[in-house]
Design a protein around this ligand. Structure first.
Ligand code: SF4
Length: 377
C-alpha cells in the first residue's frame, strides 16, 4: 500500500486579507452546491486512487475552513472514509481562524474527526493584526488556542508572520514569547512575502508602506530559530518547528515527495509523477464537476530531471536528503557529481552528513535558497 495524503480546499473567507494570494471568495452562497460537487469529485477519483493506497493525513485548507458548519466537515470526512482507505490513526487538520470558532464549534469539529488544528494567528500584536487586516485581536487569538486545547485537541499549530513593516526585534520576540507560553505543539513562522496581485503589493508599489530588507529578515529568522530551539521546539523544515513527535504528517508527505490527492477549486494533486490543478473559480469548479466529475484546469508530467530537482529541494528544505532514498529513485551519478560542492558546504558548517543524510545546519537553513540554486544548476 502506498502511503498518500489528501487535501481539501475550502474557498470561503470572511474578507480578503491584504497579503493573501490564495484562492478565496467572500460569499458563502454556494456552500451546498460546493459540498455536493466535492463529494462527486471525491467519488470520481476513488475509482483510480483507492485500491493500492492508504491515506494517513487529511488537511482542510483554504480559505477559512473553520467558517464552515461542522456538519459539512463531517460529511466530507465521511465521504472520504467511504471511498478511500483512510488509516485508523489518520491526522485530520483543520485550518482555523481566531474569530470564527467558539467552544461549542470546536467540540463539534472534534466530534467530526478533526484531531489537529492549525490556527492562523499571524501576530499577537493588535497593531500588526490591524495592518494585516485580520478579523481577530490578541485576546481572541490566545482564547482560540486555549479553547482548542480545553476541548481536547492536543495537536495545535499556530502560524506566525515575521518581518512585518516597522516590526522591531523586541516586538517579534514578544510574539515568540507569547507563543511558547501557550499549549501548542507546532509553530509555522514565515517571513512576510510580497505576492503579486495582492493589496499589500500595491501598497508597497504606491509607497504607502515599506518592506524591511533581506538582512533584517535574516536576523529575525535567526532569532526565531535560536529562541524556539531554546524553548524545546525542533526545527524540521525551513519555516516549521515542533515539540518532539509532533511533526505535521501532512506537510511531511509533501516534503518527503509522497503522492497527494486534492479536492476543491484551485487545489493541486500529485500522483504517479503527474501533477494537475483545478480551476480557481468556484462557479467553474462546480460546473465542471457536474458535467465531468473532475475540474482539471491544467496538468504536467514530472520527468526524471524535474523529479530529482524537486526531491532535492524539498528534502534539503526539511529534514535532509536521505542518500539511500535518493539512490533508490535516481541512482548515484548526480550525488557523486555534487560531492565537491557538498564537501565545501560541510567545511563551512552549512550542511552536515552523518553518512545517511545530508542535512542543513541552522546557518544552512538561513541561506537555503542560495544553496539550492548552486546545487541544482
Ligand atoms: S483568512 Fe487566510 S485565506 Fe482568507 S483572505 Fe485571509 S489569509 Fe487569505
Amino acid at each position: 500500500m502506498k502511503e498518500s495524503a489528501i487535501y481539501i480546499h475550502i474557498p470561503f473567507c470572511d474578507h480578503k486579507c491584504i497579503y493573501c494570494d490564495f484562492y478565496s471568495i467572500i460569499t458563502s452562497d454556494n456552500i451546498t452546491s460546493f459540498i455536493s460537487a466535492l463529494k462527486k469529485e471525491i467519488k470520481y477519483y476513488s475509482e483510480q486512487f483507492s485500491e493500492d493506497r492508504i491515506y494517513s493525513s487529511i488537511f482542510f485548507g483554504g480559505g477559512t475552513p473553520s467558517l464552515m458548519e461542522p456538519k459539512f466537515i463531517e460529511e466530507i470526512i465521511n465521504s472520504l472514509k467511504k471511498n478511500y482507505n483512510i488509516s485508523n490513526d489518520v491526522e485530520i487538520t483543520l485550518e482555523t481562524n481566531p474569530g470564527t470558532v467558539d467552544n461549542n464549534k470546536l467540540i463539534e469539529f472534534k466530534k467530526s474527526g478533526i484531531n489537529r488544528v492549525s490556527i492562523g494567528i499571524q501576530s499577537f500584536d493588535d497593531d500588526d493584526l490591524k495592518f494585516l487586516t485580520r478579523i481577530h485581536n490578541e485576546q481572541t487569538a490566545v482564547e482560540t488556542v486555549k479553547t482548542a486545547n480545553k476541548v481536547g485537541i492536543e495537536n495545535i499549530n499556530i502560524d506566525l508572520i515575521f518581518n512585518l513593516p516597522k516590526q522591531t526585534k523586541v516586538k517579534w520576540k514578544k510574539n515568540l514569547v507569547k507563543a511558547v507560553e501557550l499549549p501548542i505543539k507546532h509553530i509555522s513562522a514565515y517571513s512576510l512575502i510580497l505576492e503579486r496581485g495582492t493589496i499589500l503589493n500595491k501598497m508597497v508599489l504606491d509607497g504607502k508602506t515599506k518592506i524591511q530588507d533581506d538582512d533584517y529578515d535574516a536576523e529575525l529568522y535567526e532569532m526565531t530559530i535560536d529562541f524556539l530551539e531554546e524553548s524545546g521546539f525542533i526545527q524540521y523544515e525551513v519555516s516549521n518547528f515542533c515539540k518532539p513527535g509532533f511533526e505535521c504528517r501532512h506537510n511531511n508527505a509533501y516534503w518527503h515527495y509522497k503522492d497527494y490527492l486534492s479536492f476543491g477549486p484551485s487545489s493541486h494533486s500529485f500522483i504517479n509523477s503527474k501533477r494537475w490543478w483545478n480551476f480557481s473559480s468556484l462557479k467553474r469548479y462546480i460546473h465542471e464537476i457536474e458535467k465531468n466529475g473532475f475540474a482539471i484546469a491544467g496538468s504536467e508530467i514530472i520527468n526524471n530531471e524535474m523529479a530529482l530537482h524537486e526531491f532535492v529541494m524539498l528534502a534539503l528544505r526539511s529534514d535532509g536528503l536521505n542518500l539511500k532514498d535518493f539512490g533508490k529513485r535516481f541512482g548515484e551519478n548526480w550525488i557523486n557529481q555534487k560531492h565537491d560542492y557538498l564537501n565545501k558546504l560541510s567545511k563551512q558548517n552549512l550542511i552536515v552528513n552523518d553518512g545517511i543524510t545530508y542535512r542543513l545546519t541552522k546557518n544552512g537553513y538561513a541561506i537555503c535558497d542560495e544553496i539550492l540554486v548552486n546545487l541544482l544548476k
